[in-house]
Write a protein that binds this ligand. Structure first.
Ligand SMILES: Cc1cc2nc3c(=O)[nH]c(=O)nc-3n(C[C@H](O)[C@H](O)[C@H](O)COP(=O)(O)OP(=O)(O)OC[C@H]3O[C@@H](n4cnc5c(N)ncnc54)[C@H](O)[C@@H]3O)c2cc1C
Length: 745
């Protein structure tokens, strides 16, 4: 039924397709507005960081979207040549632990294992291709909000307008100096954009915080210049505690009130002076002067919980973190692997900083002095028989795949105009188009197309058949710009720094949250904890499972959003080898499957040789294969990975050594997560993230975590920013409540 409706729509779409005009995204307004403001506000230059333009996701089909854990299973191997393989240690079910299969340690190849792997010079290797692990960005889907943020809005306020300022500027004789100021302000605007602010309008948060008296006037325009300036000033040196006086230095005295407003806003909302630099920590974790603003319990010591707890302490609250696991970090989990002389740090959960521009984790890396390793875009693909994919076919299918996505994008626009509430699975729509356009009918092309679909299933942690065609990529316009990066040593380095000196109680699984007008009562491990407010950061998977009781029950509106939004699965197999046999010059390579339903099984390998401290490969399991993977024994899984690797490298004359240690994740069975990350399911939309973020109980129970962040869901930085958001929110609501109480008194 849906399918035939879709086919009809596609035909209709084909007719109207040529009439559709692609909306052009012109970003020239920022500089213009800022130039107008320059002479009025800024009186001196300041050093600042430069930033790449964030609009690096090309729509060019040829430049395709190149883009424990506690239940993870470990298999430890002795060094090659030693048999039998040692029994693995297992932090989950014991029975899966055995690794009886001797084929993995056949010594036939192991003589060669003592030699360093030859550098891969096979002329049959495919030409390097750019593939990024990201969703595709459709320019025409850039939300109105995002585009508005870049446009120049001209508001009259009193007798002055932006046009008046133009004239004022033109009268100024020192034009060269003005031009320099203007270009500085352009950079400041770009930095603001990279951090997530519109360069020339206010965010909802700013409006709620009453940063200006009148929305849309000259005061607002001036405030924005000041705000962008302070942001850029701190980002130019994130090791310092930026004081209000320092911020004021470059601003004319008559704008002191704007500096006060912007400085307080940015500080309280964690846009400046955040992180783990000694100067920042010294101020932030100082015991509050005067009496506490109230008691807060944070449930969960993942990124969002840790960030929120630190900020709440700074804002004057007494904070306790209750964490169900025996470690901090949640879905960020770096596991030390070892065997023989090799050790490596494997990220079993969040791994890649997906866009470094403006990314708060990039700031932490700078503060901690960690170098970032750019994930190189080269990603050769291999057929099931191990042969390299013909570059021409590879290129052709990639172009076709992107065109199919473009077509779906246009279809959804016309469908939304026709019948507003229709949504279908993204997979169904793509398949319908594939058939209509007769794309990838040849078996090899079909396998390649399946690889791209597996890549989308990885980005969204679910099957194509679960994704909303209309809203699956609603967050794309906000994607952090810049390179995708690894942190050498793993993301646990962030977790360790963020959890230092925090009052975290481990092994406290919260079972119940009771809330009322007097506060909250949290029940965990047979103990009740009382506080004024609670911040719940448990993953959406835990909320879906209803393993935590809310008394009174959650509002229906929130329950519906929890139901609608998806929480999907991505798993990994991390394997430590005695040496890097795949060649150090690439960070990724892909493997095609001839079985469509298993296209996500080990479809992509990440090499962590250059960042983990040892020869480490991580194979990803996405889509349907990720679910099946959790039913397989880890022994079987590792065996399968080894077969694939041997199939690729042996014919090239490269021996694949026995692994020293292997770990298989089981994120779906993890009782503190029940999955990997959120996605927009059929019938859901970006608004559901906002609903999940809404506080309940008259400002007593708050929610943070990646699945509460509409703009940056499913990411580490999204979790980070949600923690900051809620700390500010709790502070604002506590202030309101206090004022109200004082009024009554
Ligand atoms: C396999 C995988 C790969 C990923 N890859 C990337 C990537 O490359 N890049 C990226 O940016 N993001 C990636 N992510 C997503 C990213 O890791 C998450 O978005 C982010 O870490 C979530 O942080 P959070 O604070 O929202 O939740 P969590 O980190 O899950 O924190 C929630 C905390 O609550 C605790 N908890 C749960 N239930 C209870 C309870 N009842 N009582 C007490 N405590 C409880 C949990 O133990 C956990 O510590 C990946 C995730 C996974 C699983």
């Amino acid at each position: 039924m849906v399918y035939s409706l879709l086919t009809k729509m596609i035909v209709l779409h084909q007719i109207i397709f040529t009439k559709l005009i692609w909306r052009q995204h012109v970003g020239g307004g920022i500089g213009e507005l800022l130039r107008r403001r320059a002479a009025l506000i800024v009186s001196m230059d300041t050093a600042m960081e430069t930033t790449e333009s964030r609009a690096d996701a090309s729509d060019n089909p040829n430049n395709a979207s190149s883009g424990d854990d506690d239940t993870s299973l470990e298999i430890n191997h002795p060094p090659p040549l030693l048999t039998p393989i040692a029994a693995p240690s297992l932090a989950g079910t014991e029975s899966d632990n055995v690794f009886p299969d001797s084929t993995l340690q056949t010594t036939g190849e192991s003589v060669e294992l003592l030699e360093p792997a030859p550098v891969n010079t096979d002329p049959g290797l495919p030409a390097p291709r750019k593939r990024r692990r990201r969703k595709k960005q459709f320019p025409e889907m850039i939300s109105i909000a995002a585009v508005d943020g870049l446009g120049v809005t001209r508001h009259k306020s009193g007798n002055r307008s932006t046009e008046d300022i133009d004239e004022y500027e033109d009268d100024d004789p020192s034009s060269r100096r003005r031009r320099r100021i203007s270009s500085d302000l352009d950079v400041e605007g770009l930095i603001a954009i990279s951090v997530g602010f519109p360069a020339d309008s206010l965010t909802e948060e700013e409006i709620e915080a009453n940063v200006v008296k009148t929305i849309g006037g000259t005061e607002q325009a001036n405030y924005i210049v000041v705000r962008n300036h302070i942001l850029a000033l701190w980002r130019s040196n994130v090791d310092i505690w930026l004081t209000r006086d320092h911020a004021l230095e470059a601003i004319r005295l008559e704008h002191t009130n704007l500096v006060d407003s912007a400085y307080s806003f940015l500080l309280e909302h964690g846009y400046i002076n955040f992180g783990v630099a000694p100067a920042v920590k010294e101020v932030k974790l100082k015991p509050p002067q005067g009496s506490s603003r109230g008691d807060v319990i944070v449930i969960g010591a993942g990124l969002s919980g840790l960030v929120a707890a630190r900020q709440l302490i700074f804002l004057g609250f007494k904070v306790v973190v209750l964490e169900g696991r025996t470690r901090p970090g949640g879905r960020v989990r770096t596991k030390k692997m070892s065997g023989g002389d090799c050790i490596a740090a494997a990220d079993l959960g969040g791994s890649v900083l997906t866009g470094i521009n403006g990314n708060p984790l990039g700031v932490l890396a700078r503060q901690l002095g960690f170098p970032l390793h750019k994930v190189r875009d080269i990603c050769p693909l291999y057929l099931p028989n191990g042969k390299t994919v013909n570059p021409e076919i590879d290129s052709k299918v990639e172009v076709s795949f992107n065109k199919l996505l473009d077509r779906v994008c246009k279809l959804r626009q016309s469908m939304m105009e026709e019948a507003k509430s229709i949504d279908v699975p993204l997979g169904t729509a793509l398949e319908a188009f594939r058939q209509v356009y007769r794309v990838a009918e040849d078996p090899q092309e079909k396998m390649l197309l399946d690889w791209h679909l597996a890549n989308l299933e990885y980005a969204n942690a679910t099957l194509m058949s679960n994704l909303s065609m209309v809203f699956w990529d609603q967050d794309d316009p906000f994607e952090m710009g810049g390179d995708h990066c690894f942190i050498p040593g793993g993301n646990d380095l962030f977790i360790r720094a963020l959890s230092q000196n925090l009052p975290i109680f481990y092994n406290r699984t919260v079972e119940r949250i009771k809330y009322g007008s007097n506060g909250v009562s949290i029940y965990a491990n047979g103990q009740d904890y009382h506080a004024d407010m609670v911040l719940c950061t448990v993953p959406l998977g835990v909320l879906k499972k209803k393993s935590m009781e809310f008394i009174p029950d959650l509002p229906q509106r929130k329950k519906d959003a929890i139901e609608r939004l998806g929480f999907g699965l991505l798993n990994k197999v991390a394997i430590l080898f005695p040496y890097d046999f795949w060649g150090g010059e690439i960070d990724t390579f892909g493997h095609l499957s001839d079985k469509s339903s298993m296209r996500g099984e080990f479809f992509l390998f990440y090499s962590y040789s250059s960042v983990s401290g040892g020869p480490l490969l991580v194979a990803l399991v996405a889509g349907e294969a990720a679910i099946e993977f959790e039913k397989m024994s880890p022994v079987e899984s590792v065996k399968r990975v080894m077969e694939i690797l041997k199939g690729i490298f042996n014919p090239k004359g490269i021996a694949v050594p026995d692994p020293l240690q292997a770990i298989c994740t089981r994120w779906g069975q993890d009782q503190f997560s029940y999955g990997s990350y959120s996605y927009v399911g059929i019938g859901a939309s970006g608004n559901d993230y906002d609903i999940l973020a809404e506080n309940i109980g008259g400002g007593r129970v708050f929610f943070a975590g990646e699945a509460t962040n509409k703009l940056y869901p499913a990411t580490m930085h999204g979790a980070f920013l949600s923690g900051m958001r809620e700390a500010a929110n709790m502070s604002r609501i506590e202030k309101k409540r206090r004022l109200k109480l004082n009024e009554v008194k």
